[in-house]
Design a protein around this ligand. Structure first.
Ligand SMILES: NC(=O)c1ccc[n+]([C@@H]2O[C@H](COP(=O)([O-])OP(=O)(O)OC[C@H]3O[C@@H](n4cnc5c(N)ncnc54)[C@H](O)[C@@H]3O)[C@@H](O)[C@H]2O)c1
Length: 363
């Protein structure tokens, strides 16, 4: 199968691209290297995809990429659900903006994908409060452009990377997919609801099989994006002897539903292979962990204390716990990673990275 992955240079997009290539699918990656975080990190991500597909790099010197690649590759091989097949798929990458209809159309016409996994987005809750219309353009107009191209070129499968932020904060009970009213508490969450609704319409009106994957983040693991992600920031700050701020109404007791990247990638593959006209799945660990647990694991893996101060909760922060029973029952989904093991891999990878990465300023 030929799969077009949007956001392929990003954290999750590069992982799913590698997993698809590993199972023999061809991948067309699209990304505009938006300026949310440095281009070099995204080029590094892409080089790891090229190494899987072609055995060589395209952007950075091999001696920067290879040691990390070897380590990450062994992590990927360790998960039997993502284990590689003998025949690897091919990788094509195109730099461009999904808001640009002409670019999207040309790329679809040239590459003729069978399916789309749509992960490109302006991500991050706090920055969406500063730039709501920018989020609407990228996340809603961009999604609509992709769906229109699917309709016109007869592409019949679309997986949408949504987010648990569509639910808003519901600390009173577990959240499941069939809650009929979504209460996003940030512009980012609102744009994801918009994308989901367009997916539903596309399935009804255009007959495109769309599966909404509500990604229950934060997604963590090696090379987690350094921006807007507590875990990677805490690792970076601890490495650089800096103090980190903890946002959350309950301070260290605040809980989050963190999910290891391979568990998400496995869920995305199940969503891709799922054949129903329209459906929505929560994909995540299904377990909330306290920030104090994360800090404990980071300290263990780094052999160093994490310095922090607790400040007030961010607007739009989601602390609810999310039910994954539907994905378990229908897709046969089961997350496998233990927090301690996942954090250890993330820290080990961070320490393997070149200085430009370790010294990167993060927000
Ligand atoms: N990481 C998480 O914890 C998490 C949680 C819930 C949902 N998600 C969703 O998963 C997806 C991927 O997240 P990520 O953590 O990998 O983020 P990321 O920022 O690393 O990746 C997103 C990629 O999309 C690209 N992009 C942005 N605007 C674009 C445009 N107009 N045209 C083409 N490419 C564009 C960016 O350059 C980036 O490489 C996003 O849709 C995000 O909303 C992520």
């Amino acid at each position: 199968m030929k799969v077009l992955v949007t956001g392929a240079a990003g954290f999750i997009g590069s992982y799913i691209s590698r997993a698809l290539i590993n199972r023999g699918d061809d991948v067309i990656g699209i990304d505009n290297f938006d300026d949310y975080y440095p281009r070099k990190s995204k080029e590094f991500n892409l080089d790891l995809v090229y190494l899987i597909a072609e055995g060589s790099v395209k952007y950075l010197p091999e001696n920067e990429t290879m040691p990390v690649f070897e380590k990450i590759n062994s992590f990927l091989q360790a998960d039997t659900r993502l284990r590689s097949r003998d025949i690897k798929g091919k990788f094509v990458f195109e730099e461009g903006n999904m808001i640009d209809e002409g670019f999207v159309r040309k790329s679809f016409e040239k590459n003729k994908p069978d399916a789309v996994i749509h992960l490109a987005a302006k991500a991050g809750v706090p920055s969406s409060l500063r730039d709501p219309t920018g989020y609407v353009k990228t996340n809603m107009v961009g999604t609509a452009n992709l769906i229109e191209a699917c309709r016109d070129l007869g592409i019949k499968k679309f997986v949408f990377g949504s987010s648990s932020t569509v639910y808003g904060n519901r600390e009173d009970r577990k959240i499941h997919e069939d809650d009929d009213i979504l209460h996003p508490e940030s512009p980012y969450g609102a744009t994801k609801v918009g994308g989901e609704i367009f997916c539903y319409t596309a399935s009804k009106v255009y007959g495109i099989k769309t599966t909404v994957c509500r990604i229950i983040g934060p997604i963590y693991g090696p090379l987690q994006r350094q921006y807007g992600m507590f875990m990677q920031r805490a690792i970076n700050f601890t490495f650089n002897d800096r103090e980190i701020s903890i946002y959350g109404k309950k301070g260290l007791e605040t809980s989050k539903n963190s999910t290891y990247i391979d568990d998400l990638v496995y869920g995305l593959l199940l969503c891709l292979d799922y054949d129903k006209n329209f459906d929505v799945f929560n994909i995540g660990s299904g377990e909330a962990q306290k920030i104090s647990d994360w800090i404990g694991e980071i300290e263990k893996a780094m052999g160093k204390k994490v310095k922090y101060t607790v400040v007030e909760a961010d607007k739009g922060d989601v602390g609810s716990s999310v039910d994954i029973a539907k994905a378990q029952k229908i897709l046969g989904y089961n997350p496998a990673m233990q927090l301690s093991q996942g954090v250890k891999r993330q820290v080990e990878t961070f320490l393997l990275m070149p200085d430009w990465y370790k010294n990167q300023k993060t927000v």
